[in-house]
Design a protein around this ligand. Structure first.
Ligand code: PLP
Length: 378
């Protein structure tokens, strides 16, 4: 059987990872400034994380959600404390799209409504409701086109309220920082405005922090820079440092009932062990503080480079926009300088999502490589 060919691949086979580095089968080391697609939060193969998962696997790896799994509560307790969302409830699933899917479903259950306000260039996942609120028609199949979503211009406040006036809005969904779009920060004004409108019109405010959450922005959640609280927060990616896990944090006003939501794999022992290990390391190694410190000085250094049009982002979620298409620059960074970076739907923007424990000397390697490459391109 061959693999369904949906991913264009680099001729690289990683076989080992440590911290912010990975090694290929030929022994070549690479600096990973893409965090394996925004996933690696505490560093590749962190020893504490490896130990915790291995220990758990030696005890029990999985049982269904029909029994007590105290690791779920340990994860919820630690997540509540570190994120400042202690009074919310946690529902566990396996991926980002599933988090969004369940968040939209809960919003619709609660309000009895179907309309979702979302934003230009938003990315929320590829499953049915999630892809409907994603502004990329190329990845919507006919079965996904159900007219539930209204796309609004990102960071433009005027005119939003009129969309509530028909009385059919279940939810507003917004990324704390748009990732796939090329790192566009939701302004505090937008988030505060949405908070006010959702309160006024009894709609559910969903913050998609799947990419921008878990300390990446220098706060636990990017929307916390705006000092607001969401009704539902979606998490995944950095939550498991590579182990598939996702979750939604749910406001106490939502009432749970048996069977309302459910999943086979969500909240399994291994995923929870991974999730707990990530939070333990984030706390003990002060990774959110590191994202602030290292991220801020890195952003300042990037801003001083002549070939760069704009540097966007917060902490260690950074978009670097050039005045040219970055496709060949990324290839050169990878194959000449052995540095992984990310792209985005903005063809001129490189996306940087390094591990949260990265230090300045590794980022200097990127600055040096960039200087060499852009002096050639420009
Ligand atoms: C903001 C955001 N939401 C949702 C998703 C979907 O997550 P997953 O690929 O785990 O389904 C992504 C993935 O890139 C994302 O960046």
């Amino acid at each position: 059987m061959k693999l369904f060919n949906v991913y264009p691949l680099y001729e690289i086979e990683p076989v080992k990872g440590q911290g912010e580095f990975i090694w290929d089968a030929k022994g070549q080391r690479y600096l990973d400034l893409y965090g394996g697609h925004a996933v690696i939060s505490i560093g590749h193969s962190h020893p504490y994380y490896v130990q915790k998962i291995a220990e758990q696997l030696g005890k029990i790896g999985f049982y269904s959600n029909s029994v007590h799994i105290p690791l779920q509560q340990e994860l919820a307790d630690k997540l509540g404390v570190l994120s400042g969302y202690q009074d919310y409830s946690l529902f566990l699933i396996n991926s980002g799209a599933e988090a969004v899917e369940n968040a939209l479903k809960l919003a619709s259950f609660k309000t009895g409504k179907k309309k979702v306000l979302t934003f230009s260039k938003a990315f929320h996942g590829r499953t049915s409701a999630a892809v409907e609120v994603t502004e990329n028609m190329a990845i919507q199949a006919p079965i996904n086109k159900n007219s539930h979503a209204t796309f609004l211009p990102f960071n433009k406040l005027e005119g939003i309220e009129e969309h509530f006036l028909h009385g059919d809005v279940a939810a507003v969904i917004v990324e704390g920082i748009q990732g796939v779009a090329g790192v566009n920060v939701a302004s505090p004004e937008l988030l505060k405005h949405l908070r006010g409108l959702c309160n006024k019109h009894k709609a559910v405010l969903i913050l998609d922090e799947i990419q921008s959450g878990y300390g990446r922005s220098g706060q636990f959640f990017a929307h916390q820079h705006a000092n607001i609280k969401a009704d539902i927060v979606c998490v995944a990616k950095g939550m498991g440092n590579g182990f598939p896990i996702g979750g939604i944090l749910i406001h106490p006003d939502f009432e749970a009932s048996y069977g309302l939501l459910g999943t086979t794999f969500g909240g399994n022992h291994l995923a929870c062990a991974a999730g707990v290990a990530v939070l333990d390391v984030m706390k003990s190694e002060k990774l959110i503080e590191n994202a602030v410190l290292v991220g801020e000085s890195f952003i300042d250094e990037l801003k001083a480079l002549p070939s760069i049009v704009e540097v966007r982002g917060k902490g260690l979620m950074i978009g670097v926009e050039f005045d040219f298409n970055i496709e060949s620059l990324r290839k050169n960074l990878l194959f000449k300088h052995n540095i992984f970076t990310g792209n985005s739907s903005n063809k001129n923007t490189i996306r940087l999502l390094p591990t949260l424990n990265i230090q300045t000397d590794s980022l200097d390697m990127f600055i040096d490589a960039l200087k060499k490459e852009t002096s050639v391109v420009v």
